[in-house]
Design a protein around this ligand. Structure first.
Ligand SMILES: O=C(CO)[C@H](O)[C@H](O)COP(=O)(O)O
Length: 225
């Protein structure tokens, strides 16, 4: 089965965790798309939820499908968030941010009681890092951060879009770095990166995920922490 269908299989399993009355965090990306589409259908059939979107793109889609979108401040706390990932390992650790929404995604995950990650089978890895780790930086500091990351041997590359610097929904830059050969623990790396002023957030999600749902062929494999 194709990755696209595995994404849908995982998404349809994840929406079973949603009940009327919940505040729901909506992730971003092509896997999250199927989850948002399914929730839209559930809303048409009488489900009552309020949703917080992790990107402008997700907000636009959710509103189009009739989902009631509120701010995180209005929600205060989320019952469940469903989001995709670029890589997920056996310890429920993730690389996220391929779609550039990692900052809001991490904030929403932090403020959610239950975090469900959905992915096709290609995203399930033994070791994180084949996918370049996105980090979000303040434009004022980006070029100097790149120099510092070069010194740390992390091969930083500033993300571009149509030949211009890619800009996140928060108007920040993204630098993609290579952590495959980094010889420190991921928690240490995360701490090191976060101490550099101007790095707003990294795409390492090490502790927030409670449930991983992988589409494997036409089966959804559910793993609980
Ligand atoms: O972190 C993300 C966006 O910032 C996405 O969840 C991640 O990039 C996976 O996207 P897709 O489902 O399209 O493969």
């Amino acid at each position: 089965m194709s990755a696209v269908n595995e994404k849908k299989v995982a998404a349809l399993e994840a929406v079973k965790f949603i009940e009327s009355g919940m505040n729901v965090g909506l992730g971003t990306g092509s896997t999250a798309f199927f989850m948002i589409e399914a929730i839209g259908e559930m809303v048409q059939n009488g489900l009552h939820i309020k949703a917080v979107a992790t990107s402008n793109e997700t907000e636009k889609l959710a509103r189009k499908l009739g989902i009631d979108v509120i701010t995180l401040a209005q929600a205060k706390r989320l019952n469940v968030t469903i989001d995709g990932a670029d890589e997920v390992d056996q310890d429920f650790q993730l690389i996220k941010g391929g779609g550039g929404a990692l900052l809001r995604e991490k904030i929403v995950a932090h403020n959610s009681d239950l975090n469900i990650v959905i992915a096709d089978s290609s995203k399930s890895v033994k070791k994180l890092g084949k996918f370049k780790l996105p980090i979000e930086t303040i434009p004022f500091a980006t070029q100097l951060i790149i120099k510092e990351l070069e010194g740390m041997k992390l091969s930083p590359v500033q993300r571009l879009k149509d030949g211009e610097h890619y800009r996140t929904d928060e108007n920040n830059d993204i630098i993609d770095i290579d952590i495959w050969d980094a010889d420190v623990k991921l928690t240490t790396l995360e701490q090191q990166l976060k101490t550099i002023p101007g790095i707003v957030e990294t795409g390492l999600f090490l502790t927030t995920t409670n449930i991983v749902i992988i589409g494997e062929g036409d089966q959804a494999v559910v793993k609980k922490r």
